[in-house]
Design a binder for this molecule. Structure first.
Ligand code: XLS
Ligand code: NI
Ligand code: NI
Length: 438
């Protein structure tokens, strides 16, 4: 099969360490380096995002495309999809990204004919399969884009019109088929239009019921067709809908529990979505860990001054270090990896910019993982948190924790006991530990 080269001037990206001045090298990400018992590449399972890196045009609501990349120029649907695949697999291989993620419409253009779409996706997924065999790059997760087409303006599987639900179902079926064929580790549901713009025209209860029914049917279909991977729900509070049903980690957990889906779904958490929900990513990750659903991460960052999903590449070492503390203590992601759901800026127009962006992100995670491991091994970070709860480890505190003290008994203790001591939470001390180990 003929195969095009798109990054001719860009070499294989290697780990060169801290003394290197080469901007096209890793300074921290050493894929085989063992951290806390596992090679870095296994902790992270990094993935490139097809939509941002190979479909993004740099266009914004005010301006035309600026990323006029050569793999997007062919007018033939099939030829263009192969060009993009050639570019993607060359890119992933050169960057040592072991995985990729895609929406159906990222990898090949869709039309309004369902059978033709199925054929198109089969065509390009066959091509991917040969590329995967040749390069060793694998699919982290697949998904269906149920938000761009105009038919989804009132929602996809939560649309008030049943006809739209069927179109979404067909797209999900084809995307699951492709994910199974490509041996994907996971399948993602991000409900960008599953929510509402106005409650005046929305029956929220009915829409959520439909959402849950649909997820059951999709899961049953995938399982009965041999899908062994993990299903992920990706929370986001808003954008494009004013209010989205999968608002944040806690909300999704409540939904999964209510509709008996908790055994089958984990979470795919995204940094910028956490901040949009008014949380830190650390908060979202800890909620997921505490409920055994930390599945996968979409790596990016928002802009602290702008309130939308800017999807910038991650660079904040302090934030990432705190996240890696949670990741390390949890033992790792369940079924997923770290997908760079991030885009280069509109005015970053060189092919190299795509490489710098990913190198920076991978290095930032690697540095954060190493730092977090040092903190856990050598500092009293863990001990301080454990010790704060010491009063529940024995005596009446333990009785309370076990549910063995009534409100009246607690009151008797309050009357008898002295006023509690003032005990410091040591926040600044802990913040200093993070910076000391960075
Ligand atoms: C959009 C989402 C999207 C999902 C996949 O904000 O992050 O990119 O990850 O549909
Ligand atoms: Ni995402
Ligand atoms: Ni996003």
């Amino acid at each position: 099969m003929s195969q095009k080269i798109f990054f001719r001037n860009i070499p294989q990206i290697n780990y060169e360490g801290l003394q290197s001045d080469n901007p096209l090298a890793f300074r921290w990400y050493d894929e085989n380096k063992i951290v806390a018992g596992k090679p870095m590449k296994e902790w992270f399972r990094f993935a490139g995002a097809y939509w941002h890196s190979f479909c993004g045009s740099g266009a914004d609501p005010f301006g035309e495309p600026t990323h006029l990349f050569p793999w997007n120029q062919n007018n033939d649907v099939y030829e263009k999809s192969k060009d993009k695949a050639d570019a993607a697999f060359e890119f992933l291989t050169k960057l040592r990204l072991p995985f990729y993620c895609f929406h159906d419409v990222d990898v090949i253009d869709y039309c309004d004919d369902m059978l033709e779409n199925e054929k198109r996706l089969q065509f390009i997924s066959d091509y991917f399969l040969s590329k995967q065999k040749e390069t060793g790059v694998n699919l982290l997760w697949g998904t269906a884009n149920l938000f761009s087409h105009k038919r989804y303006m009132n929602g996809a599987v939560t649309n008030p019109d049943f006809n739209v639900v069927t179109k979404a179902a067909a797209q999900v079926k084809f995307a699951i088929d492709a994910t199974i064929k490509l041996n994907g580790s996971g399948y993602v549901f991000w409900g960008g239009r599953e929510g509402y713009m106005s409650l005046l025209n929305t029956n929220m209860k009915r829409e959520k019921d439909h959402f849950a029914t649909f997820l059951h049917k999709a899961k049953d279909y995938a399982r009965s067709n041999g899908f062994k991977g993990t299903f992920f729900i990706e929370p986001k509070p808003c954008e494009p809908s004013k209010h989205q049903y999968d608002y944040d980690a806690e909300t999704v957990l409540g939904f999964l529990r209510q509709y008996d889906l908790l055994n089958d779904f984990k979470l795919n958490l995204e940094f910028n979505h956490a901040t949009l929900a008014g949380h830190t990513m650390q908060h979202e990750m800890q909620v997921a860990v505490d409920n055994h659903v930390l599945g996968s991460l979409d790596a990016n960052r928002g802009d602290m001054q702008n309130g939308w999903d800017t999807d910038q590449f991650p660079t904040n070492i302090n934030e990432l270090t705190e996240c890696m503390l949670i990741l390390l203590e949890s033992g790792g992601l369940q079924g997923g990896g770290i997908n760079f759901d991030a885009k280069i800026r509109r005015n970053s127009t060189d092919l190299e910019d795509l490489f710098y962006a990913h190198i920076g992100g991978m290095d930032a995670f690697a540095r954060a993982l190493i730092t977090a491991d040092q903190i856990l091994q050598h500092s009293d970070y863990k001990k301080i948190r454990v010790d704060r709860y010491d009063s529940f480890n024995s005596g009446q505190g333990k009785d309370f924790e076990n549910g063995n003290l009534s409100l009246a008994e607690l009151t008797q203790l309050a009357i008898k006991n002295d006023e509690p001591q003032i005990i410091s939470g040591k926040q600044e001390y802990l913040e200093n530990i993070i910076n000391r180990y960075i």
